[in-house]
Design a protein around this ligand. Structure first.
Ligand code: ZN
Length: 239
């Protein structure tokens, strides 16, 4: 066990109200690419940057192109939970962890067994007809072609994912703020804290066990009590 993992384990052992706040880095270790990353291949396949395609305006004006990107970049049917997802689920089962707050939309925390998961940006596992509200599963979106339409009424089926320009669910935001405010330990993992609303939410934390686990240094390392610049899966696997 590394020295920093040992310090993390000591903090976890002494806590019974842990909250985890996670970002894209938690999922990249399950093979889900960060959709924001543009490489050469990306430029051959798409005429717009990801932030443009995943905006509400683009969804309304070029839905065909939106869903082409969506299926290729946001749906990852073969992704499995990794060591980080599994450890967090185990900590919840042991009564130590109270909530996972995530910016990811892949449902992998629930797949690993976590029960209290606050999805700030929604989930690709939920989809609804914009006209009649009928719910559609992940498999429907995966197998549909072009713009998916409701079998019951013909309306367009929209993923329950928060697009750029769209507001976050206030109820989820308030619950997340409350969990963080009451936590005795806050672990932030796999995020550079640059993506809204991460930076604002963690200001609610009032405790003295703030841990940041991220492969690259975080912009504002806040006044973290422990910073681990390493893989989140490998780190949590050691404790
Ligand atoms: Zn419908």
């Amino acid at each position: 066990m590394t020295e920093s993992a040992k310090r993390l384990k000591d903090l976890v052992d002494g806590s019974d109200n842990i909250v985890f706040f996670g970002g894209a880095g938690v999922s990249t270790e399950s093979g889900i690419p960060d959709f924001r990353s543009e490489d050469g291949l990306y430029r051959q396949q798409y005429d717009y940057p990801p932030e443009t395609i995943l905006s509400h305006t683009f969804y309304e004006s070029k839905p065909e192109e939106f869903f082409r990107f969506y299926r290729a970049k946001l749906l990852a049917p073969d992704a499995k939970p990794n060591a980080a997802h599994r450890k967090l689920a185990e900590l919840e089962k042991r009564g130590k962890l109270k909530a996972v707050i995530t910016q990811n939309i892949d449902g992998l925390h629930q797949a690993a067994g976590s029960l209290t998961v606050l999805e700030l940006h929604g989930s690709v596992l939920r989809n609804y007809c914009e006209s009649c509200g009928k719910a559609y599963e992940f498999a429907f979106m995966l197998s549909s072609r072009g713009v998916p339409h409701c079998a019951a009424c013909g309306g367009r089926v929209k993923p329950d994912v928060v697009l750029y320009e769209e507001g976050l669910d206030m109820d989820t935001m308030e619950r997340a703020a409350r969990y963080i405010a009451e936590a005795d330990m806050l672990i932030i993992g796999g995020t550079s804290l640059n993506v809204y609303p991460a930076a604002g939410l963690i200001r609610w934390y009032q405790g003295h066990k703030l841990v940041i686990i991220n492969k690259s240094p975080v912009a504002a390392d806040l006044s973290a009590d422990l910073v681990i610049n390493d893989s989140i899966g490998e780190t949590l696997d050691q404790i």
